[in-house]
Design a protein around this ligand. Structure first.
Ligand SMILES: *[C@@H]1O[C@H](CO)[C@@H](O)[C@H](O)[C@H]1NC(C)=O
Ligand SMILES: *[C@@H]1O[C@H](CO)[C@@H](O)[C@H](O)[C@H]1NC(C)=O
Ligand SMILES: *[C@@H]1O[C@H](CO)[C@@H](O)[C@H](O)[C@H]1NC(C)=O
Ligand SMILES: *[C@@H]1O[C@H](CO)[C@@H](O)[C@H](O)[C@H]1NC(C)=O
Ligand SMILES: *[C@@H]1O[C@H](CO)[C@@H](O)[C@H](O)[C@H]1NC(C)=O
Ligand SMILES: *[C@@H]1O[C@H](CO)[C@@H](O)[C@H](O)[C@H]1NC(C)=O
Ligand SMILES: [Cu+2]
Length: 855
């Protein structure tokens, strides 16, 4: 007799429509029918009362609810039960607003002699605190804490732009221990970087001041010409119809800072509406008066200067794009996300929604951001550069992963125009964590999802987003395992469930509509990147990345053939590769791990039992070759051809019951690609990880990340040079890190318009137990069924559902009405900022991602 699980309520009534309950009725018989009859009478009485006797007629739903017509109780609220984190604090937790503010004040104290200016009012030649965030503790210290020792000291990583130095430079500091006290000190943080100096020209943007001077390159005379040529203006007025977008990287080795500007129509989705005009500008150094525009490219003509272009425009030698193809009077509504076409059949009904009738089955501790579910446990953290990352991922009380964190996301473009052919973005530069957006409940995550906040700092203050992360469990809709059979115990299925932890970053932004845009905006990059971590009950996890958003569109004309796909009259999506790198610090049965290569090859073997008949004396068959890869130099890897095999992290010293080393395998998921282009100057040495599918290096405190926020702008002199991790270390039975890539070769097509879809712009890898256990652990699940053959043909099969009634039901809580709120923004004093206008909100929420210019 199975024991009933806690938290389940007996059903007062069966669902009349389900096959299952009919079967049960046959077994349980009369009482249930009597119950049904009782409710029928009750229903009639209540309906009679409602229709004829009630003083006021309540709505149908009201009367059903109040009458108890369904006989069902209300379901428990979808609130996650409390988790029990292994430690009382999260040693990787992001800093909170007060910690950041305290550090800011401490840095500003005269004794520090940093001569700081606050970001909101700083110009380039000031010293500015660019970033204050948690510096993750040393692994040994964190492990000691997890093992019951004392909590590691808390330190902050501080980035300062020393724009006021004689030789402007960026410096990293380690500040601590926290909280601020007499003991607090600061020192240069250099051991995690390969270059001692970070050139000022490689810096990230602080505020609008920084690019304010760029639009001086669009002189009144040039505006006139643009108006004439394109029927669009960039005069610095409210009603301007052009915005600018820039390409990157901005620098090769830090000696200069330059970018190609392209102009786009100031409409929703401006990224899809470029015009045929590009300008190369030099914004090196800290003195904007020295900045200059060099080239202009228009309609296949190249001009050495703006003056040259204007001369040619004036003297009539300019070969113009014919008026009819400049987009005047064109309908640009296609770039919006507004619904199109005829609604499909039954689409006026809301689609299915999943409900955990018996309450949520995952636990959450908000204070430590610790989550547990079905034997899994993990801590969450969040940083400016790459956002959500996960620590101490345990399964059945054993750590599998110490740290799982995205590292960098590159997008390298191609095109027959100056902007596309020179662009190679690295989104860490812009801050994928800073670019996280509140999730749209019910749309970005299912309605029962539990939301967790994230706090990020930038030079303009601190942003707290209440719904930065969502966690939810789902029925995968397919069994993890199943088998049909007639023998006792061989027929059954284990239901598939999955826990997802998700966050979405949008590097760049959507347009808010021309009405609030006063002057040209700079659109730097754009992208909704969905980071998913999906946990399964068999010990498998999938790391998935999906992308959506507007393409970095190009100006379509026939000479762009081969560089992408035409999506409209004058718009195209340019060909590009996305590659995203993850750090997976696996700890398999301890820290002593090795890299195992398993290849399934082919052998032709002669067997003595074979007769020399028409089959011959030999057979051709598969055979596995296993090899421990002993040094880092051999550990820059591509997936085996035809995926005939895999790489795994094993502990040679710890075996399962069958003598196999316990391990976890890394399997390719969707789109297991690496970067196509090798040798480009724009990714010369700053994203070498993108050349492989995966790589394995010895874990070192001095190699925490495969990239840095400055790498984008330093292909010739990268702050972090991934190849330097691979310096011949022996990687047998030691603490290892796997660097795994996902991505897509994005060949744009009409259906990328208006936005790329997550159905195909998606990539993943899987981590799955490899002889880690003695057998499949998902068989532990009680959300499973075991069938037994009936005694006589024609009778229903017997079954054991382990006491978990899958037909359990109750009245679900109504999902809260949709609501979307802006994040909370705190200034350098830690005061909540009062935002006065939508424009204010936009500015603060987007920080520098979409910079508006006040000329
Ligand atoms: C401090 O910075 C300001 C502006 O950034 C500068 O004008 C001033 O000279 C600096 N003071 C010192 C002592 O360096
Ligand atoms: C745009 O704004 C400017 C300045 O406010 C004004 O002079 C101009 O007439 C406006 N143009 C249009 C087309 O409304
Ligand atoms: C027109 O201006 C262009 C650019 O300065 C120059 O190269 C060209 O010679 C000029 N042509 C005439 C006819 O003046
Ligand atoms: C953003 O992602 C989409 C979808 O993959 C891609 O098409 C687009 O070009 C990306 N844009 C940028 C600027 O990286
Ligand atoms: C297991 O690891 C220990 C410590 O690294 C080592 O001394 C021992 O030889 C290993 N045993 C085997 C069977 O490899
Ligand atoms: C790496 O270390 C292991 C264990 O110490 C040793 O057996 C092996 O020979 C080493 N491999 C190389 C290539 O040095
Ligand atoms: Cu893309």
């Amino acid at each position: 007799m199975p024991i009933r699980s806690q938290g389940y309520q007996l059903l007062p009534v069966k669902n009349n429509n389900s096959e299952h309950s009919r079967e049960n009725d046959d077994v349980s018989g009369v009482p249930s029918r009597r119950l049904r009859l009782g409710f029928l009478i009750l229903f009639i009485v209540v309906t009679f009362y409602a229709l004829f006797l009630a003083p006021e007629k309540p709505s149908l739903t009201e009367s059903l609810k109040n009458s108890g017509h369904t006989g069902l109780d209300k379901c428990a609220s979808p609130i996650a039960p409390a988790a029990k984190p292994p430690t009382s604090t999260n040693p990787w937790a992001p800093l909170v607003v007060s910690e950041i503010t305290d550090i800011q004040r401490w840095l500003e104290a005269p004794q520090r002699e940093l001569n700081l200016t606050r970001g909101s009012s700083a110009i380039l030649s000031d010293n500015v605190v660019y970033l204050i965030e948690t510096y993750y503790p040393a692994k040994a210290d964190a492990l000691a804490y997890l093992a019951g020792g004392s909590a590691p000291d808390k330190y902050a990583h501080v980035v300062i732009h020393h724009g006021g130095s004689d030789a402007p430079i960026i410096k990293n500091y380690l500040v601590g221990p926290l909280p601020v006290s007499e003991q607090m000190s600061m020192r240069l943080l250099s051991e995690i970087y390969h270059e001692s100096e970070i050139p000022f020209n490689a810096r990230g943007f602080v505020n609008i001041e920084e690019l304010r001077d760029v639009f001086k390159f669009i002189s009144p005379e040039l505006s006139e010409a643009l108006d004439d040529l394109f029927g669009a203006t960039a005069r610095g007025n409210d009603n301007d119809t052009l915005v600018a977008s820039a390409g990157g990287p901005f620098s090769f080795d830090g000696s200069t800072r330059k970018t190609w500007f392209s102009l786009r129509r100031n409409l929703p989705g401006p990224w899809l509406l470029p015009i045929n005009f590009w300008q190369y500008i030099d914004v090196s150094g800290t003195d904007p008066s020295l900045w200059k525009a060099s080239k202009i490219v228009y309609n296949h003509q190249i001009f050495g200067s703006t003056e040259e272009f204007l001369q040619s425009y004036r003297n009539g030698t300019l070969i113009r794009v014919p008026k009819q193809v400049t987009g005047v009077n064109e309908d640009f509504s296609w770039t919006t996300r507004k619904r199109v076409g005829t609604p499909r059949d039954l689409d006026h009904l809301p689609g299915p929604r999943s409900v955990s009738f018996a309450g949520l089955r995952f636990r959450v501790d908000r204070a430590t951001q610790y989550i547990s579910w079905m034997g899994w446990g993990m801590y969450l953290s969040f940083d400016r550069d790459m956002g959500l990352n996960i620590w101490d991922i345990t399964l059945k009380a054993e750590r599998i992963i110490y740290q799982l964190a995205p590292q960098e996301a590159i997008a390298q473009y191609a095109g027959n125009d100056p902007l596309q052919s020179t662009t190679a973005w690295q989104d860490r530069h812009f801050g994928m964590g800073l670019a996280v957006r509140d999730l749209l409940p019910g749309y970005d995550c299912p309605h029962e999802a539990v939301y967790l906040p994230a706090t990020t700092h930038s030079a303009l203050g601190v942003i707290v987003r209440e719904k930065a992360i969502c966690v939810f469990e789902q029925d995968t809709g397919r069994p993890v395992s199943r088998h049909t059979g007639y023998m006792e115990g061989e027929f059954g299925a284990v239901k598939g469930y999955m826990l997802t932890v998700r966050s979405i970053s949008v590097v760049g932004n959507y347009d808010y509509g021309a009405s609030i845009v006063q002057c040209p905006d700079v659109l730097i990059s754009l992208n909704a990147t969905i980071f998913d971590y999906m946990f399964h009950i068999d010990g498998t996890m999938e790391v998935r990345l999906s992308a959506s958003g507007y393409l970095q569109g190009g100006y379509w004309e026939p000479l762009q053939e081969g560089y992408g796909g035409r999506i409209r009259e004058h718009s195209m999506g340019n060909l590009h590769d996305h590659v995203i790198n993850y750090k997976v610090d696996l700890d398999i049965a301890g820290l002593e791990n090795s890299l195992l290569e398993t290849i399934a090859g082919q052998e032709i073997v002669e067997q003595p039992w074979l007769e020399d008949d028409e089959w011959g004396r030999t057979v051709i068959q598969q055979k596995i070759t296993r090899r421990i890869i002993e040094t880092e130099d051999e550990a820059l890897l591509k997936y085996p051809i035809n995926f005939q095999g895999h790489y795994s992290i094993v502990n040679q010293n710890k075996t399962n019951a069958w003598g196999n080393p316990r391990g976890y395998a890394i399997h390719a998921g969707y789109n297991p690609i690496h970067n196509t282009i090798v040798g480009s100057r724009r990714l010369l040495n700053n994203a070498n990880w993108a050349r492989y599918n995966l790589a394995v290096s010895l874990r070192k405190e001095t190699e925490p990340s495969s990239s840095s926020m400055w790498n984008m702008n330093l292909p010739g002199k990268p702050t972090v040079d991934f190849h330097k991790f691979f310096d011949g270390d022996n990687i047998t039975q030691d603490d290892l890190v796997v660097w795994v890539n996902v991505g897509t070769h994005h060949m744009p097509q009409a259906e990328d318009s208006p936005n790329t879809k997550t159905t195909v712009a998606m990539s993943s890898f899987l981590l799955t137990p490899l002889n880690y256990f003695d057998s499949d652990i998902s068989l532990e699940s009680t959300n499973a069924i075991l069938l037994s053959a009936p005694s006589q043909p024609g009778k229903p099969w017997g079954f054991d559902d382990y006491g978990v009634k899958q037909d359990f039901t109750c009245v679900p809580e109504t999902p809260p009405p949709f609501e979307y709120l802006d994040p909370k923004v705190y200034d350098e004093e830690g005061r909540l900022k009062e935002l006065e206008s939508v424009e204010d909100m936009r500015k603060m929420a987007e920080m520098y991602h979409r910079i508006k210019f006040e000329l």
